[in-house]
Design a protein around this ligand. Structure first.
Ligand SMILES: CCCCCCCCCC/C=C\C/C=C/C(=O)SCCNC(=O)CCNC(=O)[C@H](O)C(C)(C)COP(=O)(O)OP(=O)(O)OC[C@H]1O[C@@H](n2cnc3c(N)ncnc32)[C@H](O)[C@@H]1OP(=O)(O)O
Ligand code: FAD
Length: 627
């Protein structure tokens, strides 16, 4: 019934202060306040309706996204929202759009790789959205292999310009978000050619479309690459294709913080690592880790609330059937994901600190932690997006048949999220980077260079030092095993940061105890999943492994009465969750039934097509029956 909280009894079971946990999840009282205010602003505004997305044809869907982005920008300016509040508003609008790349990559690329003069010129235009940018790196023929990109930027000393060109079909830029129909400019990655010499991949600001009539500029061929996975989902984004036919740009539009080209055509490499040209990807990868905890927590919130509402089997003497959340199988699938959502939240906070620290060190020309930052951002992006994508799908399955309905919110959540395993770096390619970092660390053990930070534990690998085995032995041959080692390394980082979080002062009655239980579930579920490795290497005895499993089950029982309160602490509105199964009030069945009749297919009792295609069939069958 309307107005009744069908989960009230569950909420009464909570053994901790939910409001205090909301602050832990938000990161601070201030963050919680801003989230509450902006989330309500969006939820209360019908202009931000999103329950129709999966039913709109693509052109209508995309125009609707443009409308929402323009309206959001209007509200941001009317309300004079800060950058933090504006970012929160785009988050709660919850619709992938060209603005993600304008704010999330185009601007960071200029800030990270542009000179002060270039930043002064371009950032004010971008902040006012007087230009709209995208990040055009990937090509039809190359994405992972950045050094294999084919687009060229040839310096012309006669005109002091670069000539940007797409020499082959495979050099066509392909995938950049916002490129297909909206962006007026791109940070484009191309091979710098001076006097016939190839200096490798560098970033260039290139205008693509007229600021007067939005038509492509001379030499520019640009469009959308077509429909992607799922209805609605990522089809609100205009991922594009772009070709250059000898497009000329001024020399000062090469991003020159990392390296420069003088008027005379002399190439100068600053005394900074060339990898800083990859800096924008590192920035986004660390943000994607925080993003993963948001997506995973949304799916877990839906599946947990529905698991408490859903009853199936187990009725005693006509009493109520058993809540499916009480089945140990349901708990063993759901609670590790709940624990992972919290774990990723905390490792995301730490990674943001690591990234900020590296950026501050770069200011002082201290590049000592850049390799660790690359390995951590690459590895944790890979780990958290893989677990989150698989976790959203598991949450769909945890909801049985109703999880497959669009009104559950889970199919679209999965379709929107799953490319995160690929963009900003294919997850396996990134894990290979971590593996390379680990092997390099091992090769340095015994040379006096003690591992520190997240690899400090490797300093204790005595046996590797003694055998001095050829650590470079067949990296390619052993790469699958090395990828598993990389995953384990990243999981250790997540566990370590969860434990470090618990060592902080955490206010609120019972809050720390709940987080300790979730931390235990996180690492014991990993131990259970990988117990073969621990047993094979004698790190665990069979008895210890059995004890760990017993403790894991005991922790499930400890979390069970708090499960609903633990997902309430995510503080997601019904609008943001956009899920009948995940409604705060648990009023699922009446709302599912109500929603079904709103489907366009039910606008007519007899479906279009009956008279052309069904009735003749029936009549034919009737005729046969008479024979
Ligand atoms: C609340 C809101 C949150 C919002 C969240 C944000 C969400 C926004 C997402 C929007 C959606 C989509 C956007 C998507 C954008 C994109 O996909 S952009 C394109 C991304 N492409 C990639 O990631 C390509 C992946 N490939 C690479 O990174 C490199 O090519 C690779 C690292 C694989 C290989 O590098 P190479 O230079 O070829 O060579 P290698 O020999 O391997 O490395 C040499 C050396 O350099 C070190 N290295 C490599 N990369 C980095 C780096 N990024 N930083 C620092 N150091 C780096 C490497 O470790 C080697 O060092 P060594 O000492 O010699 O071992
Ligand atoms: C939704 C979406 C949005 C995107 N947005 C942007 C954007 O805004 N800007 C942009 O520039 N790009 C963007 N991209 C492109 C994205 O960055 C690339 O698709 C991604 O980096 C993967 O590269 P790839 O497609 O070349 O994959 P590939 O590298 O071709 O991967 C194919 C397979 O090969 C494997 N593989 C590749 N190399 C190795 C190796 N050395 N060893 C072992 N296995 C290997 C991979 O693991 C994978 O299994 C986007 C992509 C998507 C899906």
């Amino acid at each position: 019934m309307e107005g009744v909280d069908h989960l009230a009894d569950e909420r009464k079971k909570a053994e901790f202060n939910v409001e205090a946990m909301k602050i832990v999840w938000a990161g601070s009282q201030h963050n919680l306040e801003v989230s509450n205010r902006i989330s309500k602003l969006v939820a209360d505004d019908p202009a931000f309706r999103k329950d129709d997305r999966t039913m709109l044809p693509r052109k209508e869907l995309f125009k609707n996204t443009l409308r929402k982005a323009a309206y959001a920008w209007k509200r941001i300016n009317e309300l004079r929202l800060s950058e933090e509040e504006a970012s929160k508003l785009r988050f709660y609008v919850d619709e992938t759009a060209y603005t993600d790349l304008h704010w999330g990559m185009f601007i960071p690329a200029i800030k990270g790789q542009g000179t002060d003069e270039q930043q002064r010129k371009w950032l004010p235009l971008a902040y006012k959205m007087q230009i709209i940018g995208c990040y055009a790196q990937t090509e039809l023929g190359h994405g992972s292999n950045v050094q294999g990109l084919e687009t060229t930027a040839t310096f012309d000393p006669h005109t002091d310009e670069f000539v940007i060109h797409s020499p082959t079909l495979t050099s066509s830029k392909w995938w950049p978000g916002g490129l297909g129909k909206v962006s007026t400019h791109a940070v484009t990655y191309a091979r710098l050619i001076i006097d016939g010499k190839d200096h490798g991949v560098h970033g260039f600001i290139v205008q693509l479309r007229s600021l007067e009539d939005h038509r492509p500029l001379p030499g520019i061929t640009v469009g959308d690459i077509g429909m992607k996975f799922g209805n609605g989902a990522y089809n609100t984004m205009d991922n594009g294709v772009l070709r250059f036919d000898h497009v000329r740009i001024p020399r000062n539009q090469m991003l020159m913080k990392v390296s420069q080209v003088t008027r005379e055509g002399k190439y100068k490499q600053s005394d900074v690592p060339r990898q800083l040209v990859y800096g924008t990807m590192v920035y986004v990868r660390q943000r994607i880790v925080a993003d993963a905890s948001c997506y995973l927590s949304r799916a877990v919130c839906i599946a947990t609330r529905y698991s408490a509402v859903r009853r199936q089997f187990g009725s005693q003497n006509g009493g109520p059937e058993t809540q499916v959340i009480d089945y140990k199988t349901q708990q063993s699938r759901l609670f590790p994901l709940l624990a992972s959502a919290y774990a990723f939240r905390f490792v995301g906070e730490w990674l943001e600190w690591l990234y900020t620290d590296v950026m501050q060190r770069l200011q002082a020309n201290d590049f000592s932690t850049l390799p660790e930052a690359h390995a951590c951002t690459a590895g944790l992006k890979s780990l958290t997006t893989s677990v989150t994508a698989d976790g959203i799908e598991e949450c769909r399955k945890l909801c049985g048949g109703h999880g497959y309905l669009c009104t559950s919110g889970l199919p679209e959540l999965f379709a929107v999220y799953v490319p995160a395993c690929t963009y900003e770096g294919d997850n396996i390619v990134l894990l290979l980077q971590v593996a390379r970092f680990l092997m390099k660390t091992v090769s340095q053990i015994g040379t006096g260079k003690q591992p520190v930070g997240t690899i400090a534990y490797m300093g204790r690998i005595e046996h590797l030092m003694q055998c001095r085995c050829n650590v470079q032995r067949g990296f390619a041959e052993l790469s699958a095993d090395l990828v598993e080692a990389a995953v384990a390394h990243c999981q250790l980082i997540v566990v370590s940061k969860f434990i470090e979080k618990l060592q902080q002062d955490i206010p609120g009655e019972g809050v720390k105890q709940q987080l300790e239980a979730l931390c235990g579930i996180y690492y014991l579920s990993l131990l259970h999943k990988h117990q073969g490795d621990f047993l094979a290497t004698s790190y665990l005895t069979p008895k210890q492994s059995a004890l760990a499993n017993d403790q894991l089950r005991a922790l499930y029982s400890k979390v069970r009465p708090n499960a609903i309160a633990l997902v309430d602490a995510f503080n997601y509105s019904d609008h943001f969750l956009s899920s009948i199964l995940g409604r705060y009030d648990g009023n699922v069945y009446p709302k599912l039934y109500e929603a079904a009749w709103k489907d366009p297919l039910n606008e007519s009792v007899v479906p279009d097509g009956y008279h052309e295609y069904v009735r003749p069939l029936l009549k034919q069958q009737l005729h046969t029956a008479r024979l």
